[in-house]
Design a protein around this ligand. Sequence first.
Ligand SMILES: Cc1cc2nc3c(=O)[nH]c(=O)nc-3n(C[C@H](O)[C@H](O)[C@H](O)COP(=O)(O)O)c2cc1C
Length: 320
Amino acid sequence: VADSRLGALLSIEHPLLQAGMGGVAGPDLAAAVSNAGCGGTLGLYKLDGPTAAELVQATAALTRRSFGVNFVPEVVSPGHLATQVEAALEASPPTTFFTFFGPPPDEVLARIRAARRRTLVQLGTIAEADRAVAAGVDACIAQGIEAGGHHLGSSPTQELTAELHRRHPRVPLVASGGIESGGQLVELERSGADGCSCGTLFVAAAESNAHEDFKQRVVAAAAADTVVTETFAIGWPSRPHRVLRNRSVEERETLDSSFIATTTIAGRRYPIPRFSAAVPTSRTEGRVGEMALYCGTSCEGIDAIQPAAEIVEEFLATYA
Ligand SMILES: Cc1cc2nc3c(=O)[nH]c(=O)nc-3n(C[C@H](O)[C@H](O)[C@H](O)COP(=O)(O)O)c2cc1C
């Protein structure tokens, strides 16, 4: 385990986390990233307790290193979140860390602390960070607007990182949004980051559950092909999100929300309306290219679908 503050906190070798991504980051990806010495993270999104427990166990079976489990409190009820957290606590090894998209209720943080696990909360504003620090989180993840997926604030990654570090210098800080190289992490460390979290970089990993077509589009895209929009609001309203510009974004005024695809989640088949927040996975069929293709400006530096271990190796080659 490395000598970095983040490495020591989470029992990982390199200060690089893979963001928990609903539908995309399953056991194979999380375990592959952890086995490469970084913080692989399983995305639980809206999954029920038994499915969450099954995936946590499957991840633990694939790696002996520490990994994370990610929750999105605002897309589930407080009761559902508590069920997911209990399932993850019960099914996971003691080194497992818990990451949240936005601050969870204080009771949830207290429960996890009582179980002696680490918590990291991703935030987009200073006000949210102040609250999370007061509630006793172990680390903050500062999310900037370069990020792929839903946005918690409206500041660029470097700016928010620097400001959070000035306010809370003793709290370990992870930068998130638009990062795809070790060189960028070196820069962000100058602003006070202890490490970084990458989502898009791992969407195109061989082990990711993203649909093949989605992976190829991320590989082909430049930063200018991404856009921040509120197009894909069904199932997750009121949060702008960065996606690849596609037909649904461009023609949203004239298109309707009829079904454009079907997907399988935990053995059940669901129809997907256009404008759904659901991502296309390897279990999705239909007009995949017109679905929500969450993607950060970090796609600029992604040129191939590669095993996670190679992605980590190339990242570390520019981190010196
Ligand atoms: C496909 C995709 C799915 C995401 N799903 C989640 C999620 O379920 N939970 C979460 O905390 N963040 C999620 N995020 C956001 C990441 O936590 C992070 O803010 C973002 O990926 C950082 O920017 P980057 O994509 O440029 O690395 C997702 C991002 C992407 C690209």
